[in-house]
Write a protein that binds this ligand. Structure first.
Ligand SMILES: Nc1ncnc2c1ncn2[C@@H]1O[C@H](COP(=O)(O)OP(=O)(O)O)[C@@H](O)[C@H]1O
Ligand SMILES: [Mg+2]
Length: 232
């Protein structure tokens, strides 16, 4: 099975080599849990192999400053980096409609940070919820097609909201559309000590619920040891 390294040793170990190249991986968790950091780490390692990284930033959270800390060679890496910044769900739709213009053979990774934030905003102001859900479904289906047929790994970050029925759990924005569309789901939590925990919630070939804890540092992330328990 082809894997693409995550840019972090402990995450590579958890995922037995990295993200799968023929499926969508969704990383979800609350604000500050490390989603953008993991997106940048993955993009960095792919760009370093001189492969194109398509980075769709819907939250304005992409930061050159942060990339610079993670990758001192960031200037060279940016030559392989296509940054697209839709600011409405309609613009996100247009980005997807035109994505094939960027899909030369040399694309090594597609990142969407985050996939359902503009969708969520649009749901809040539109009457036609059915159409918006359908559009998100179309985008996920389109990405699934690309990753399956072209073997380009796709990394999606996603926000969460509280699960009222189970305080220990969170729900993914975009819910089932994303859950079923992604063959790999990784939940990030902020632990009691302010570290981060990554839990493998779904995977085709690795035991689910496998987990690691880590700390976000200047240069990326490093593994830590910590017992169970998390902070909301
Ligand atoms: N240079 C750094 N050193 C340590 N922590 C950092 C550094 N830069 C960012 N962080 C931490 O990363 C966290 C934000 O992570 P991020 O990946 O943006 O979260 P998310 O995308 O899930 O909202 C913040 O807690 C911030 O303090
Ligand atoms: Mg972020």
């Amino acid at each position: 099975m082809d894997k693409t390294p995550t840019g972090s040793k402990i995450l590579d170990r958890m995922l037995e080599g990295g993200y799968e190249t023929d499926t969508l991986t969704t990383i979800y968790g609350p604000a500050g849990s490390g989603k953008t950091n993991l997106c940048l780490l993955a993009g960095t390692i792919v760009a370093r192999k001189k492969k194109k990284v398509i980075y769709i930033d819907t939250e304005g959270s992409f930061s050159i400053e942060r990339l610079k800390q993670i990758a001192p060679d960031y200037k060279e890496l940016l030559n392989h980096w296509v940054l697209l910044k839709p600011s409405t769900f309609h613009e996100q739709q247009r980005v997807f409609e035109k994505l094939n213009t960027h899909l030369s053979d040399n694309v090594g990774l597609i990142i969407v940070d985050t996939i359902a934030m503009l969708y969520r905003l649009e749901l809040g102001k539109s009457e036609d919820i059915y159409e918006i859900n359908r559009e998100l479904g179309r985008q996920i289906a389109y990405l699934s097609g690309i990753t399956r047929k072209k073997g380009i790994p796709v990394l999606l970050a996603n926000q969460v909201y509280a699960d009222m029925e189970n305080r220990e759990r969170v729900k993914i924005v975009g819910g089932d559309i994303l859950k079923y569309g992604s063959k790999c789901l990784i939940e990030l939590q902020i632990t009691r000590n302010g570290n981060r925990r990554a839990i493998l919630r779904k995977h085709r070939s690795i035991q689910e619920e496998k987990q690691i804890t880590f700390k976000i540092v200047e240069g990326g992330i490093i593994g830590t040891k910590e017992a169970n328990g998390f902070r909301r």
